[in-house]
Structure formats: structure tokens, C-alpha cells
Design a protein around this ligand. Structure first.
Ligand code: HEC
Ligand code: HEC
Ligand code: HEC
Ligand code: HEC
Ligand code: HEC
Ligand code: HEC
Length: 444
């Protein structure tokens, strides 16, 4: 009511007052900092031991960059290969020591040509895998292939993903007393109503005895309440409490869709794909690195794998069949149906900022170096995606105030860093110091 009278936006006051995300982001930051620090020394030792080991083992890995190899592997090969298990193709761990360098280059660039040339190994592996042809990769350079092979030989422990902190999830939900408060208010209100009714009947009784007129009884009753100051004040107080409470509830709820989890047309599970199968987020959301939006993959992307994987462990053929229905594929003949009228899969959008806000993925993922999980939570554990963060203005701002910009190795920042470090007298710069709180950066 005060806010209404003074023209303040209650929703924002409450949002800024409660600041539910700030401690979490801080905790997260701290944890990652400590972790990075702790890991860096042991990490370096492990790395150098493994590198020298690989060096001694094979001439291949000698020049291979495992990090780049991992990236190339995830984008090009992970659809069909895993390191330790058979997927569509054979497991690739140790293949660099099984085959020679030239053979691998020929195979990866064009396996069909190698098979045709009569190479016995090529023929054997092709037949072993029921003559499924491997996609040719003529664009991969010798270095690229060496990098991929270095990755397939490296110790997988090096690449374990950072786990999103459980602590963060626990703290993320502010305790909700809504129902308790509501019940208490109702009980108090009931209590007063009962007292009033008791009063009324007693008064009625008295008046009936004296005068017997209903009209004068009513007048007397009202004048009693009005004259009795404490009772009147209590009454007004109660009603305004209820009013404020309702207003607060309404204000908090408007536009905040945290936890929003609609039912999707296909029971697509991020847990199966990103968790169990370890498919890289950007294999499907490929535009996150380079553009404003991350995008949802088309059915063609699904078909890269589901042309061959026609059955799931949990849902059998039912859900995967919906992809075929959308794109026009007949699994019984393993071919696309001609002249099929394709139906797009109607995924329900979960995250949605209002039109007047500008948000850019590549700015955060590529320039800012953030992980998807920093904002979207542990997606790789979600059977169905839900909105993990509130997506409110205070959420954006809290992070911009606390998140330190990763400037190392970025020439663009060198000059600005020096200037700002001098200006603020600190080496640690947050997004806010670079103007990340200016209205125009986020609002059109
Ligand atoms: C469309 C699925 C598919 C993709 C994508 C794919 N492969 Fe293959 N790969 C296969 C299959 C299937 C085989 C087994 C041979 C066959 O049937 O042709 C195979 C065999 C191989 C072999 C031979 C293994 C052995 O034991 O001799 C190597 C090496 C290989 N792939 C590397 C790669 C690399 C590196 C990439 C990524 C640049 C890649 N593959 C991408 C399907 C694929
Ligand atoms: C195999 C493809 C695939 C992979 C890999 C994948 N996703 Fe998705 N993602 C989808 C599809 C399809 C949807 C739309 C259906 C849904 O919401 O579940 C989606 C939806 C989402 C959404 C919700 C989009 C919205 O509507 O607002 C987020 C956020 C998301 N993915 C993040 C991730 C992250 C983070 C990873 C990596 C841990 C990842 N995805 C890996 C295919 C994929
Ligand atoms: C890179 C390969 C790959 C891509 C791309 C991919 N999937 Fe999958 N999908 C898999 C694998 C592997 C499985 C696990 C099969 C199993 O359960 O053994 C799977 C399983 C499934 C299942 C069944 C889950 C279960 O456990 O029953 C569904 C449904 C599914 N995928 C839908 C999709 C959709 C929709 C897309 C496109 C947005 C997609 N997939 C893209 C590899 C892929
Ligand atoms: C700084 C926080 C942040 C990070 C980091 C982030 N996202 Fe998002 N993401 C958002 C916001 C905010 C939206 C809503 C955008 C809108 O409505 O315009 C969104 C929307 C999406 C969507 C829905 C479609 C779209 O593009 O609007 C997908 C899919 C998605 N994100 C995937 C990813 C993936 C994959 C990554 C990691 C490569 C990632 N996000 C990293 C904040 C983030
Ligand atoms: C988890 C932390 C985090 C969250 C949440 C976040 N950002 Fe950012 N944001 C960053 C970082 C880090 C950068 C700096 C990237 C760079 O170096 O340019 C940045 C930069 C930006 C920039 C460019 C600022 C400039 O000075 O050029 C805009 C615009 C922006 N964010 C908008 C948003 C919006 C809108 C939201 C909420 C929907 C949001 N951000 C949420 C971390 C975050
Ligand atoms: C880091 C990004 C960012 C910056 C900087 C920012 N905003 Fe916002 N603003 C948002 C987002 C995101 C929303 C949408 C919140 C929602 O939908 O709940 C929003 C919503 C609003 C709204 C609508 C009211 C509401 O709470 O929903 C107003 C008014 C507003 N901003 C004004 C401003 C002003 C004035 C400034 C400069 C002092 C500013 N914003 C700076 C991201 C930003």
C-alpha cells in the first residue's frame, strides 16, 4: 500500500531486498576459485606425466593437442564413436597404436576409398560393423587428425567435467513460508469474526429485551464498533494486512517463471544425451558460441544418430518414432519416404526474456567464458529441462557485480584492463566496472 501510494515498484523492491541469488553466485565463485587453485598444481603434474608418457608411446600423440582433439572429436565423431564403448562405430581408445598414421588419415578422410582400394584391415572393420559407411572428413588436416588421436589416447580423467555444485541448488530455493503465513492470517481473521458475532448476538439480545426494534439494534451495533476505537483499528489493520499480503504474492509471481517445465512433444532427455552419452551441449545448440541465440536443433540433427539408433532404453521405439514421423523416415526400410510433407517438431520454449531486453549468448559463452551450467543449472542431470534461474533483472545485475572478467590471454582487454585497474585500484574487474550495469547495454 505504501508502495502503491509512493509509486514505487513493489516487485523490484522485494526482488532487490531479498536478493536470492547473490549468496549463491558468491558461493559458486568461491568454490570454483578454490577448486581451480587446488587443481592447477596437481593438474599440471598429472598433465606433464601423461604428456611425457604419450610422447614415449607413439609418434602420433607427440604433436597432438588433446584439448583441440577433444573439441574436434565431440563435434565430428561423438555422434558415432565413444572412447571405451561401441556406439555406431567401434570404440576409439587406443586406435592410434593399433593402426598406423597414414592408414588413419586415409580412413578418416575417405573410408570408402580405402575399402575399395582393397585394404584388408579396412574391409574387415567395415564388415564387422555391418557395412555401415563412416562419414568422410576430407577437411580434417593432418594436425587435426593427430589431435583427435592424441585425445583418444589421453587419460579420460583429464577431461572430467566440472560438476555444478549441489550446495548451490540447495540454497537456490528460498524457504517458502507462504502457506503457513496464509493459514495464520485466516485463523486470526476467523477468531475476530467469531468474537464479533458473539458480541453482536449479545447486543441483539440486550436490545430485544429493551426495545424490540431491529433497525435501532443495527444502528446501535454499528455505533458500538465505531465508538470502540480499538476494535475499529483492529478491523482495519486486519483487512489491510490481507490486502498487502495478496499484493505481495501477486507482485512476486508476475513474470518470474523459475522452475517452468512444460511438457515437450517428444520425451527428449538431456540426462540420456548429455549425461549418460556425454554429447557436448554445442553439438546440438551449435549457435551458442557465435550468435545471440543458442537455438534448438532441427530433426535433421537428431537423425545423424537416430537413423541408426531406433530404440531407447527407457522409452523403446515410441518416442524416437516421433522424430521419424516429423521428418518422414521409414525405419523398417531404413530410408526416407519420398515426397513426405515434413512436420516441424513443436518444442515448447522454456526460457523467455521480455522483448525489451537484449541478451546475447556468444557474449557470455565465448567472450565471458561462462559455462552453460552457470545459468541453466545441471542440465545434464535433467530428464526434462526446467528454468533453473529466475531470469530477472536483479539476477543479471547480481552476477555482473560479482563475476570477475576473464581477461587473461585476450589482447582486446589488455589496454582496458590496465586503465580500469588503475581507475578502481584493483586487479579484479567485474562486468559492472566495464559498464555492465548501464541500462542501455541490456535494454533496447
Ligand atoms: C556416421 C557415423 C560415424 C562418424 C560421424 C564417424 N565414424 Fe568412425 N566409424 C564409423 C563406423 C560405422 C566405423 C566402423 C567401420 C565401418 O563400418 O565403416 C568407423 C570406424 C572408424 C575407425 C576405424 C576403427 C578401427 O578399429 O580400425 C576410425 C579410426 C574412426 N572410425 C575414426 C573416426 C573419427 C576420427 C571420426 C571423427 C572425425 C569418425 N570416425 C566419425 C562411423 C562413424
Ligand atoms: C542431442 C541434442 C541436445 C544436446 C546434446 C543438448 N541439448 Fe539442450 N535441447 C535439445 C532439444 C531438442 C531441446 C528442446 C526440448 C527441451 O526443452 O527439452 C533443448 C532444450 C534446451 C534448453 C531449454 C531451451 C528453452 O526452450 O528455453 C536449454 C537451456 C538447453 N537445452 C541447454 C542444454 C545444455 C546446457 C546442454 C549440455 C549440457 C544441452 N542442452 C545439450 C537438444 C540438445
Ligand atoms: C549424437 C547422437 C545423438 C543425437 C544427435 C540425438 N540422439 Fe537421441 N539418443 C542417442 C543415444 C546414444 C541414445 C540412447 C539409446 C539407448 O537408450 O540406448 C538416444 C536416445 C534417445 C531417445 C530415447 C531415450 C530413452 O532412453 O528411451 C529419444 C526419445 C531421443 N534420443 C530423442 C532425440 C531427439 C528428439 C534428438 C534431436 C533433438 C536426438 N535424440 C538427437 C544419441 C543421439
Ligand atoms: C549468462 C547466462 C547464460 C549462459 C552462460 C547460457 N545461457 Fe542459455 N539462456 C540464457 C538466457 C537469459 C536465455 C533466454 C534468452 C531469451 O529469452 O532471449 C537463454 C536461452 C537459452 C536457450 C533457448 C533458446 C535461445 O537461444 O533463446 C537455449 C537452448 C540455451 N539458452 C542454451 C544454452 C547453452 C547450450 C549454453 C552453453 C553453451 C547456454 N545456454 C549458456 C542465459 C544463459
Ligand atoms: C553468471 C553471470 C552472468 C549472468 C547471470 C548474466 N551475465 Fe551478462 N555478462 C557476464 C559476463 C562475465 C560478461 C562479460 C563478457 C565480456 O567480457 O564482455 C557479461 C556481459 C554482458 C553484456 C555486455 C556488457 C558490456 O559491457 O559490453 C550484456 C549486454 C549482458 N551481459 C547482458 C546480460 C543480461 C541481459 C543478463 C540477464 C538476462 C545477463 N547478462 C546475465 C556474466 C553474466
Ligand atoms: C544486466 C542487464 C540489465 C541492466 C544493466 C538493466 N536491466 Fe532492466 N531489466 C533486465 C531484465 C533481464 C529485465 C526483465 C526482468 C523480468 O522479466 O522480470 C529488466 C526489466 C526492467 C524493467 C521492467 C520492470 C521489471 O522489473 O520487470 C524496467 C523498468 C527496467 N528493467 C529498467 C532498467 C533501468 C532504468 C536500468 C538502468 C539503471 C536497467 N533496467 C538496467 C536487465 C537489465
Amino acid at each position: 500500500m505504501i508502495c502503491y501510494l509512493t509509486g514505487l515498484d513493489l516487485k523490484n523492491i522485494i526482488k532487490f531486498g531479498v536478493k536470492p541469488k547473490q549468496p549463491i553466485i558468491l558461493t559458486k565463485l568461491l568454490i570454483t576459485k578454490v577448486k581451480n587453485h587446488r587443481n592447477s598444481l596437481t593438474g599440471h603434474i598429472v598433465l606433464s606425466v601423461i604428456f611425457s608418457f604419450i610422447f614415449a608411446l607413439s609418434t602420433f600423440a607427440q604433436s597432438g593437442d588433446t584439448k583441440n582433439g577433444k573439441k574436434l572429436f565431440n563435434t565430428n565423431c561423438a555422434a558415432c564413436h565413444k572412447l571405451e564403448q561401441r556406439l555406431i562405430g567401434p570404440p576409439l581408445k587406443g586406435v592410434a597404436s593399433k593402426r598406423d598414421q597414414k592408414w588413419l588419415q586415409d580412413w578418416i578422410r575417405n573410408s570408402a576409398a580405402l575399402i575399395e582400394s582393397g585394404d584388408a584391415d579396412a574391409k574387415a572393420i567395415f564388415e564387422e560393423y555391418s557395412s555401415i559407411p563412416m562419414t568422410p572428413f576430407p577437411n580434417l588436416s593432418d594436425q587435426d587428425i593427430a589431435d583427435i588421436m592424441a585425445y583418444t589416447d589421453a587419460d579420460p580423467a583429464l577431461f572430467e567435467k566440472k560438476k555444478v555444485e549441489e550446495v548451490a541448488i540447495v540454497v537456490a530455493d528460498p524457504i517458502d513460508y507462504t502457506t503457513e503465513v496464509l493459514i495464520a492470517v485466516i485463523v486470526i481473521a476467523l477468531f475476530f469474526t467469531i468474537i464479533l458475532f458473539r458480541l453482536k448476538s449479545t447486543l441483539l439480545h440486550l436490545y430485544k429485551r429493551e426495545q424490540g426494534s431491529y433497525f435501532s439494534e443495527l444502528v446501535a451495533y454499528i455505533s458500538f464498533i465505531v465508538k470502540n476505537n480499538t476494535l475499529a483499528i483492529l478491523f482495519v489493520f486486519l483487512i489491510s494486512m490481507l490486502g498487502i499480503y495478496a499484493f505481495w504474492e501477486w507482485g512476486l509471481g508476475v513474470g518470474v517463471d523459475k522452475g517452468y517445465q512444460p511438457i515437450q512433444p517428444i520425451a527428449f532427455s538431456h540426462k540420456v544425451h548429455s549425461g549418460d552419452q556425454e554429447i557436448d551441449c554445442q553439438y546440438c545448440h551449435s549457435s551458442a558460441r557465435t550468435s545471440k541465440t543458442s537455438g534448438i536443433p532441427s530433426a535433421n540433427v537428431c537423425m545423424n544418430c537416430h537413423m541408426l539408433i531406433q530404440e531407447g532404453e527407457n522409452t523403446g521405439k515410441e518416442e524416437i518414432a516421433k522424430i521419424y514421423d516429423a521428418i518422414g523416415f521409414d525405419p523398417s526400410t531404413n530410408s526416407y519416404i519420398e515426397n513426405y510433407e515434413q512436420k516441424p517438431i513443436k518444442w515448447v520454449r522454456i526460457h523467455n526474456l521480455p522483448d525489451f531486453v537484449y541478451y546475447n549468448h556468444s557474449q557470455h559463452v565465448t567472450v565471458g567464458g561462462l559455462e552453460c551450467q552457470d545459468c541453466h543449472g545441471p542440465v545434464e542431470e535433467m530428464e526434462e529441462v526446467y528454468q533453473y534461474s529466475p531470469l530477472t533483472m536483479s539476477w543479471c545485475i547480481d552476477c555482473h557485480k560479482t563475476e570477475e572478467i576473464k581477461m587473461a590471454g585476450n589482447a582486446y582487454y589488455d589496454k582496458i584492463h590496465k586503465q580500469l585497474a588503475a581507475k578502481y585500484g584493483t586487479q579484479k574487474l567485474t562486468v559492472s566496472m566495464m559498464g555492465g550495469l548501464e541500462c542501455g547495454k541490456c535494454h533496447y
